[in-house]
Design a protein around this ligand. Structure first.
Ligand code: F0G
Length: 460
């Protein structure tokens, strides 16, 4: 029995990676004001900033692109995509958008109002921001294990049903619908079980409330169910996914993840209530309902990508990639969020850099050190992203200081991951050399994208 899981694809087109030196990266990082978002991508060796829209498309997807029907109205490519999505989701109304947040914006504009409350396991930041933009409150009710980096649970993305029941009992009149994010990105890419989804649905049913899924990583979630949930082992991933969709009334999707495309998204609804208003807003902001902000060729690539994203050999390899990196991290004494999720590994920067206080932004400092030492770009999920500079001059900090290494789909090979693991473990051995940073310039909102920093990891 051979245990090695190989990349289940061959490579037909390649993109060169420019190999850089530490000296070059030191200068480039200074130019970028110690903010890796400000680096030109060709100065990055391995780009683990995000798994969103960064993956490789297949030969079949590139072939489908040539078949794109660019008609303004009634594009054949739309009907092809619509058929694929109706078969998968069972939802009657398919509304394409240019990416996930556009679907969120449209849904929340027509279905929420000031003072509403929307429960979710954990709202992704664009979901939260779009709800708050409508004056609604985004409420995160993930199970307690979901907030403890080292606690093991097979479905750490599950929602806390007791707290949902309590919220419904007290505030049902303010809740337009419930949401669930599959997988729970903000909590480490952790899955939700079918049993939890079913129970959540039943609770919402008691109050006549619809359920909307955020399905960016629904295929990874379905594969976790197949691997971990009792009685699900003999089912196809597609039939598990179909059951998940059947438990809800609609979904928002960023197709840049499990849709296996570089751009695209959709809103799908089974309920007629919001459809007309959503389509009107779609025309106002995205485009005609048969293309919704995408080209016909993008719709074709997505129709193929939705099917490829459910391939079980691919999903087994996909989940194994994060698990493999996680094992290497732990063997090297690097603390991570456990168990590893589907699309990323999250490093615990407080543990990695115990000599840095939170005022020195340890996760940000670790991101910079990973770039400097190995050319790896990652993303800080800590106090730069979630803390703030208050109007009274004080600072707020985030409870966790994490660094996310998110893996683009079908892009990097095992040797890329081996290189990254070696570099991170090697850095861990001399972590005490890594210095903290301070913010010298920042915007009021979403400061992590443009903030400028001084001193720290760039050593003389
Ligand atoms: N929901 C979840 C769970 C997400 O992870 C994202 C994007 C969105 C919604 C928004 O989709 O980017 O197409 O507008 N996540 C990316 C990430 C940006 O890096 O995790 P979008």
């Amino acid at each position: 029995m051979i245990h090695t899981i190989i990349e289940p694809f061959r490579i037909k087109a390649v993109e060169p990676i420019r190999i850089s030196t530490r000296g070059e990266r030191k200068g480039w990082l200074e130019e970028a004001k110690l903010n890796v978002f400000q680096l030109p991508a060709d100065r990055v060796l391995l780009d683990f900033l995000t798994d969103s829209g960064t993956g490789a498309m297949s030969a079949k997807q590139w072939g489908a692109i040539m078949e794109g029907d660019e008609s303004y109205a009634g594009s054949r490519s739309f009907f092809r995509l619509e058929a694929v999505l109706k078969d998968l989701t069972g939802y009657q109304h398919i509304i394409p958008t240019h990416q996930g947040r556009a679907a969120e914006h449209i849904l929340f504009s027509v279905a929420t109002k000031r003072g509403d409350l929307v429960p979710n396991n954990t709202h992704f930041d664009t979901t939260r921001a779009n709800l708050e933009y409508q004056g609604a409150e985004a409420i995160d009710l993930v199970i307690p294990e979901g907030l403890q980096p080292r606690t093991h649970h097979p479905f750490k993305g599950n929602i806390d049903l007791a707290r949902v029941a309590d919220l419904l009992e007290r505030e049902a009149h303010r809740i337009p619908f419930g949401m669930m994010t599959l997988t729970n990105n903000s909590g480490g890419g952790q899955p939700v079980s079918l049993a939890n989804l079913r129970a959540y649905r039943e609770l919402l049913n008691r109050y006549g409330k619809p359920l909307i899924l955020d399905v960016c990583r629904y295929a990874e979630n379905s594969m976790f169910i197949k691997l971990r949930e009792e009685g699900q082992q003999d089912r196809t991933v597609k039939s598990i996914a179909q059951e998940m969709f059947s438990l809800a009334d609609g979904c928002t999707m960023s197709a840049k993840k499990d849709g296996m495309v570089n751009i695209g998204g959709f809103l799908a609804l089974n309920l007629g209530t919001w459809v007309e208003a959503a389509k009107t807003l779609l025309i106002l902001t995205e485009g005609f309902p048969t293309y919704g902000g995408l080209a016909g060729r993008d719709l074709e690539a997505l129709a193929v990508g939705m099917e490829e994203g459910l391939n079980e050999d691919y999903l087994r390899y996909r989940l194994r990639t994060a698990e493999y990196m996680g094992e290497k991290m732990k063997a090297g004494g690097v603390a991570i969020v456990e168990p590893t999720g589907g699309h990323a590994v999250y490093l615990d920067a407080k543990d990695f850099l115990p000599h840095l206080s939170v005022e020195q932004y340890p996760a940000w400092s670790l991101c910079n050190a990973l770039y400097l030492e190995a050319g790896i770009r990652s993303v800080e999920i800590g106090s730069v992203m979630f803390g703030r500079h208050n109007d009274d001059g004080t600072e707020s900090y985030h409870t966790m200081e994490l660094v996310r290494l998110a893996f683009p789909r079908r892009m990097y090979t095992q040797s890329h991951f081996d290189y990254a693991a070696e570099a991170i473990c090697e850095l861990k051995a001399r972590a005490h050399e890594v210095r903290g940073v301070k913010i010298v310039k920042q915007a009021k909102y979403l400061r992590h994208f443009t903030a400028e920093f001084e001193s720290a990891t760039v050593q003389a």
